[in-house]
Design a protein around this ligand. Structure first.
Ligand SMILES: Nc1ncnc2c1ncn2[C@@H]1O[C@H](COP(=O)(O)OP(=O)(O)O)[C@@H](O)[C@H]1O
Ligand SMILES: [Mg+2]
Length: 461
């Protein structure tokens, strides 16, 4: 089994967090800018009104003999009184004394230059106030005198506006955060979709599928995909080379084995003592088994090699099965086993590679013979089931252990029921690989009373 890959931090998580952080900062910025700009604008409005009021008061000042007199124009203060809760204060003063108004209204330390009013915040009679200070030079008995006009207004309205603006800014910030958050999440998903698609495409593949990935990939993923493809290509070449090597090795082993067998048979005929004959028979059995294993290795290698570029043609299964039974009947007869091929009606044509299919069925029938007792029967039945044609081979042998079923089709997997029967454990591997390459199914089930049934179903043409 592969060790589970430990993923480092999730790309999606990281993107989401970064986007969320960015959006949060932008939302705060939006909140503060709206507050500052709108608050500033509201203050400027108040300052303009204060300034207009102070101007009209200061314009109304006039000198009469030694005194400076003031008739406050009605409009000067009424323009400030729009909000009934707001209180307005004023003070007209020279450097020496207060001429009229609230003489404790806080004044700046120095008189501002004429035409350059000064605005400031202060506390007056328990309320926060905004004050404008404006200077005018009035000539009293030929002496220019600086007169300062202070007009103050409580900041109740201003504070209310500021609070309203703060609420609006907060709502705007939260709204922006939510909308940008949703859009950000959607963007992350759409940015990651190609990666997810490629990962799923790789995951969907079977373990033997080493074809290159031809899905279009975004520019940034193209190098990854290209390396993946080149890796799979190298793997495929390496696998084919290995199978090729196994096939070649098996082939080379078979020829000298045949020579050894022939020579041993000659020796067996000449052997004088029963001990010698027994020993030589054991050699022959071992040689036969080695040849069989080598043959299966060769079969298995050619399945892997051929399944890749499998020939696909019409295969008449009834003819194939007839040949198969004919081919293995002599092996069965040695042990007085009868193979009964039940006559089947109709056509049983599938599309595939006849050499591979024959190899697979031969392994099934070979098992049936191997694991059957002497003087027993094996039945071979061809049947049509909807879109499938099935071949069922039943023996009345030793049967198999249900719990082991899955491990039997693995390479070199043998059951606990084999006892003295020799084998390589490659037969069912070949069967399941060939059947899978043909889009078919393979199942082993217990026979009615005794033994095993092996059933292969292939798509009907
Ligand atoms: N007809 C059968 N009856 C009983 N057991 C079987 C039969 N066919 C296969 N098996 C079990 O499945 C195992 C795997 O089969 P196979 O791959 O052909 O290897 P082997 O070389 O042992 O025959 C066998 O070792 C045996 O335990
Ligand atoms: Mg076998």
């Amino acid at each position: 089994m592969n060790a589970p890959l430990k993923p480092s931090a999730s790309l999606r998580q990281r993107l989401r967090l970064q986007l969320l952080g960015l959006i949060a900062i932008l939302s705060l910025l939006l909140y503060f800018s709206v507050r500052t700009i709108a608050g500033g604008a509201a203050e400027t409005t108040q300052d303009n009104i204060l300034s207009a009021s102070a101007t009209s008061i200061i314009e109304a000042l006039h000198a009469e003999q030694d005194d400076i007199l003031l008739d406050i124009p009605y409009a000067a203060l009424s323009m400030l009184g729009a909000n009934s809760e707001e209180r307005v204060f004023y003070r007209i003063m020279t450097k020496a004394s207060t001429i009229t108004g609230y003489d404790d209204l806080p004044a700046p330390e120095t008189f501002p230059a004429p035409e350059q009013p000064v605005f400031y915040n202060s506390e007056y009679r328990g309320s926060a106030v905004r004050i404008v200070a404006m200077t005018r030079v009035i000539t009293v008995r030929d002496t220019p005198t600086e007169v300062l006009a202070l007009v103050a207004q409580t900041r109740l309205g201003q504070d209310a506006i500021t609070a309203r603006i703060a609420n609006t800014a907060a709502a705007l910030g939260v709204g922006f955060f939510l909308i940008a958050g949703i859009l950000g999440a959607l963007t992350v998903e759409s940015a990651l979709r190609p990666i997810v698609n490629i990962a799923q495409a790789v995951q969907r593949r079977g373990p033997h599928d080493l074809r290159p990935m031809l899905k279009p990939a975004p520019l940034e993923l193209a190098p990854l995909l290209a390396s993946l493809n080149s890796f799979m290509e190298r793997l495929r070449t390496a696998l084919l080379r290995t199978e090729d090597f196994i096939a070649e090795a098996a082939h080379r082993v078979r020829t000298p084995l045949a020579t050894v067998r022939a020579q041993t048979e000659i020796a067996l005929r000449r052997a004088k003592t029963p001990e010698d004959r027994e020993a030589l028979r054991a050699v022959i059995r071992a040689v036969d088994e080695s040849a069989r294993s080598a043959g299966q290795l060769l079969d298995h290698a050619s399945v892997t090699l051929r399944a890749d570029k499998m020939e696909r043609g019409d295969v008449d299964l009834s003819a194939l099965v007839k040949d198969l039974v004919h081919g293995l009947a002599p092996t069965a007869e040695i042990r007085d086993i009868r193979i009964i091929l039940h006559p089947a009606e109709g056509e049983f044509t599938t599309i595939g590679d006849p050499v591979l299919l024959m190899g697979a069925l031969r392994n099934i029938l070979d098992n049936a013979i191997k694991y059957s007792p002497d003087e027993s029967e094996i039945s071979v039945v061809l049947s049509a089931e909807e879109e499938l044609c099935c071949i069922t081979i039943c023996d009345s042998g030793r049967g198999l252990n249900d719990a082991e079923q899955k491990t039997l089709t693995r390479r070199f997997g043998r059951g606990s029921n084999v006892a003295d029967v020799v084998g390589s454990g490659l037969g069912l591997t070949i069967v399941s690989e060939v059947v899978a390459a043909h889009g078919g199914s393979f199942r082993l089930t217990p026979n009615k009373e005794r033994g095993t049934c092996a059933k292969v179903c292939l798509p009907r043409k």
